[in-house]
Each structure stands twice: as structure tokens, then as C-alpha cells.
Design a protein around this ligand. Structure first.
Ligand SMILES: Nc1ncnc2c1ncn2[C@@H]1O[C@H](COP(=O)(O)OP(=O)(O)OP(=O)(O)O)[C@@H](O)[C@H]1O
Length: 508
């Protein structure tokens, strides 16, 4: 059988780690082929080898039966391979069309022919159901549309083998439904897709076959129709995974976070949070459910001191923290697992060890008389790396070199370990494998059981329902309903998130 992609016995090493150890990946034409593995298993590395970004130490690559030599991204492109990266590579100030044609502009009379380009983009967009506004600027469009621009960019360059690196991690549930339709359309038109995802539900829904890798080695390739989420998880992690979140009923105590009549403006000076009231008690997890863009980011930034509050107040226990600096809020007992781990969670060029003390480096035992004490810093880091299973060669490795999921585990380790009164967890399991998700959920529940107040914000409705003790539904900058997770369904929550009505609101 001839494969469109045939990667044989690939080996790729980084200092201190074999990221790909003799891996074979074979993709058939017209299939959606899942690539599944734990955080740090080597999936992105393998795709970067295929795309010519890394040169493997060993192994062969055949594309449509032809052996690839001296691979680089230009060669990969010319062979019809296109990559839709997790972090988009678009120019914010350019329009959709300008981004799509960048580097391959049609010309007329020596000038870029934008009219012809716009027509070509529209034709591709119609053919594959990739809805975009060709004249909109990237900075003004949603994440979902930006992703469609990335897909169109690869199609415009003639790609017929598309690599999607965790494409749904950044999307809202509605956008995920659309992307799945788009992927089905692409393969029905003869394209082949390699899909990296941690979401087993997605694999079951759209993929034909799945290749599993564990700690840099191939475990095997299976037909999805012969598998189920349990068997895939076990193959990937090497043990059975418990998908059910185990917890006893909450025993909430005194109020820890008290928000009264909060108003926060967004960057366009429009109220994004608009008269919001919310209380979170010691010993409970309150989950915030809402469609992206209903003020969740502004709310979290206001609590953590990253965004100015216009009206209203925020108290942590009896201390007012309204418009206090991030450091002051942190010193008053807040920990924060931020939504954007690169912007607010890590200093990528610092070592993992240094990142573990980002909020506490100036305190004892990590500093003495204003000078850093590296032994206690790295002793602490080593302990956390072990406890949280952060896969890194060592504590001295720069955070940038860790896989996305392991960067997230490092942040969670640091924030939970600081033992705060109040923990904000924003999309805490985004990009994590099922084994890591199981572990993080148990850590959040452990915090709750130790009497901490936890605020969980997540687009994953099953996570909100399974982990929270109360669910606050946020719509147009307000909490519009408080729901008991035991008495609701994903459908019912979805309706409330879209502005539907049900019951009364008790912010307490
Ligand atoms: N440029 C690099 N320099 C050093 N080490 C690296 C580099 N890129 C990846 N690694 C290491 O190689 C291993 C595999 O990383 P990779 O990003 O391929 O994992 P992954 O399976 O894609 O993980 P995730 O699901 O978390 O994204 C990890 O241990 C990572 O730390």
C-alpha cells in the first residue's frame, strides 16, 4: 500500500532527551489520522520533522511514494504539506486576504493584484466552507476565524496534506463544531489530515485511524472503529484512566472572595463586566460557564490586578483588593493559573526552576539580603517537578523547551504549591493529556477539601459540571444564573450561556 505520508524509524534528540525514538507514522490518502500521546510524548517534534523544521538523526520520510531528502519547510510546502500551528502565525494589521497570499502574491503590471487574490480566496473559502471576511483585519476577527485563515493559507499554497496541531485547544465549543465540519469537508474533497489532539471524543468523532506514541516511542496504530476512549487512553498512558471525577460533597464555610456591583471596561471602553456580583466560599469550587467574550477575561484580570476596575469592589476575606497591584493581590492570598500561559504564566527564557518562584523569589528562603539563593530555589523546583510529573530533562532547562502541556503543569505546580486562600484556575487543563487532566482535577478538589476557595473558568462544559460545586453562568458581563451541577445538563447550561432564562439568581 502506498501512503501519502510514510515516516519510518524517525529519531530526533534534544540535549538530555530522545524526543522521537524510532517512530513510524503512515497516513493513507483521504483519511483523518490522529496522533495521540501524553504531554511531551514527542508529537509536535515528529510533525516538525515532517515539516522540515527539524532534521532527524535517523529515519526516512516518503511523501506520496517519493523519498524526501534535505527536507525544509519550502520543500515540505512544495510536496503539498501544510501546517496549521497552535499559535497562529498571522500579521495582525494585515487583512485576511493579505495574510493568505503573503509570500505568494499574484501580480498584474508589476503590482500586487489584490482583486484577483480576493476572488481566489473567496473561491477556496466557498469550496471548503471556510467562512471568512476577506477584507477584515486579523486583529478584529475571532480566534475561530483566524484559524480558518491559517487553513486557507495552506490551501492557497496547494497543500493536500494538512497537519493540525491541537486545533481545538483554542476554540469555543461552537467553533469546534464548525471546525469538525470543515475537516470532514476537506477529506471528502481528497485532502489528508494529521490531527494532534488530546480530546478522545474528537478522535472517536472524526478520525479513521490513530497512531499512539508514549515517551518518544511508537505504541501502535489502530482503526478508530475498533477502539473506544478507554482503550485509547490506556494505550497512551500505559494504565487505565479514570474519567469520572471522584469527590465528596462540598462543605463551604466563610466567604473568601466577595465581588459587589463590578464594572470593568474593555480596551474599547465598553463595559465588559457590567454590574457583576459573586461570592466564593472557603471549601467550594465555583465554576464559571460562559461563551467566550462575555467578560470572563476582564473579570479575571480585574480580580488579579491586571485590569482597572471602574465601579464596584472586590474583597479577599476582609481586605479590599480593588485596583491593587498584582503583587499586592498575590500577597493577600491569591494564586492564579492564567488563561494565557505564555503571556501571564511563564518567562519562557527563564529556567523551569526560576519559573517556579516567579512570585516568591524575593522572599526567604529564595533570597537573602536581596541576593537570590539558587540552592533552595532549585531544591523546591526539583520537588515540584517530581510531584507534578513535569517532563523536563532537569530544573535548569528553559521553560521554552518544554512541551505545551508540561509548561502548563509547571504553572499549576507553582500556583497550587503556594497554598493560597483563593485559587483562580482559568482553562487549567487546556492542552493537557487525559492522565494529566485526571491529576489536575484531583489537585483542585484537594485544595477545596483543604478549605480553600476555588474559582474555575473553563470552556469545557463537562469539566465545569464534573469539578464545580456551584456553577455561575456569565452572560453579557453579569452572572445570570447560579446552577447546581448535579441538577443540570450540558444542553441546559448551553441555553443559559446563550442568554436563555431559568430560575433565579443567587450570587451568594
Ligand atoms: N526545541 C527543543 N529543545 C529542547 N527540548 C525540546 C525541544 N522541543 C521539544 N523538546 C522536548 O522534547 C520532548 C517532546 O516534546 P513535544 O513538544 O514534541 O511533545 P508533545 O507530545 O507535542 O507534547 P504536548 O502534548 O505537551 O504538546 C519534550 O520532553 C520536550 O521538552
Amino acid at each position: 500500500m502506498e501512503y501519502v505520508i510514510d515516516m519510518r524509524n524517525i529519531r530526533k534528540e534534544f540535549p538530555g532527551i530522545v524526543a522521537n525514538d524510532n517512530i513510524t507514522l503512515q497516513v493513507k490518502k483521504g483519511e483523518i489520522h490522529a496522533l495521540l500521546g501524553e504531554n511531551g510524548a514527542g508529537k509536535s517534534t515528529l510533525m516538525n520533522v515532517l515539516f522540515g523544521l527539524y532534521e532527524p538523526e535517523q529515519g526516512e520520510i516518503f511523501v506520496k511514494g517519493n523519498k524526501v531528502v534535505n527536507n525544509d519547510p519550502n520543500i515540505a510546502n512544495s510536496l503539498g504539506i501544510g501546517m496549521v500551528h497552535q499559535h497562529f502565525m498571522l500579521v495582525d494589521k494585515f487583512t485576511v486576504t493579505e495574510n493568505i497570499i503573503l509570500g505568494k502574491e499574484p501580480t498584474k503590471g508589476g503590482k500586487v493584484d489584490l482583486q484577483t487574490a480576493a476572488k481566489e480566496v473567496q473561491a477556496l473559502s466557498d469550496q471548503y466552507g471556510l467562512r471568512v471576511d476577506p477584507n477584515a483585519k486579523i486583529e478584529d476577527i475571532s480566534v475561530g476565524m483566524q484559524q480558518r485563515v491559517e487553513i486557507l493559507k495552506t490551501l492557497y499554497r496547494g497543500a493536500d496534506i494538512l497537519i493540525f496541531d491541537e486545533p481545538t485547544a483554542v476554540l469555543t465549543p461552537q467553533e469546534i463544531v464548525e471546525l469538525i465540519q470543515i475537516m470532514k469537508k476537506l477529506v471528502s474533497e481528497g485532502k489528508s489530515i494529521i490531527l494532534i489532539t488530546h480530546k478522545l471524543k474528537e478522535i472517536m468523532e472524526v478520525c479513521d485511524r490513530c497512531t499512539v506514541i508514549r515517551r518518544g516511542r511508537g505504541v501502535g496504530t489502530v482503526d478508530v472503529s475498533d477502539s473506544n476512549p478507554d482503550s485509547l487512553a490506556a494505550m497512551m498512558v500505559g494504565r487505565e484512566v479514570n474519567f469520572k471525577v471522584e469527590k465528596i460533597d462540598a462543605d463551604p464555610k466563610e466567604a473568601v472572595l466577595k465581588i459587589k456591583d463590578l464594572v470593568v471596561h474593555d480596551s474599547r471602553k465598553v463595559p465588559a463586566v457590567n454590574g457583576l456580583n459573586l461570592t466564593v466560599h472557603a471549601g467550594e469550587i465555583v465554576g464559571i460557564a460562559g461563551v467566550d467574550g462575555n467578560g470572563q477575561s476582564e473579570l479575571l484580570e480585574a480580580i488579579t490586578g491586571l485590569h482597572k476596575v471602574h465601579e464596584g469592589s472586590i474583597h479577599l476575606r476582609d481586605k479590599e483588593i480593588t485596583n491593587k497591584s498584582p503583587r499586592s493581590v498575590t500577597e493577600n492570598g491569591l494564586s492564579h493559573i492564567p488563561q494565557d500561559r505564555h503571556k501571564h504564566g511563564l518567562v519562557l527564557d527563564f529556567s523551569v526552576g526560576e519559573n517556579m518562584v516567579l512570585q516568591t523569589y524575593y522572599q526567604k528562603p529564595y533570597s537573602k539580603s536581596g541576593i537570590l539563593s539558587f540552592k533552595p530555589i532549585f531544591d523546591k523546583a526539583k520537588k515540584l517537578i517530581e510531584e507534578y510529573d513535569v517532563r523536563t530533562p532537569d530544573a535548569y532547562t528553559p521553560a521554552r523547551a518544554l512541551s505545551g502541556g508540561n509548561q502548563q503543569k509547571a504553572i499549576i505546580a507553582r500556583e497550587v504549591d503556594r497554598d493560597p486562600d483563593f485559587l483562580i484556575a482559568a482553562q487549567p487543563t487546556r492542552g493537557l493529556d487525559v492522565g494529566a487532566i485526571e491529576f489536575i482535577h484531583s489537585k483542585l478538589i484537594e485544595q477545596r477539601d483543604n478549605g480553600k476557595a476555588v474559582l474555575l473558568v473553563s470552556f469545557e462544559l463537562d469539566e465545569i459540571i464534573n469539578v464545580s460545586d456551584r456553577i455561575a453562568v456569565m452572560y453579557e458581563g453579569k452572572i445570570v444564573a447560579i446552577v447546581n451541577p448535579k441538577e443540570t445538563t450540558e444542553q441546559e447550561l448551553g441555553l443559559l450561556m446563550a442568554g436563555g432564562k431559568r430560575g433565579t439568581v443567587h450570587a451568594e
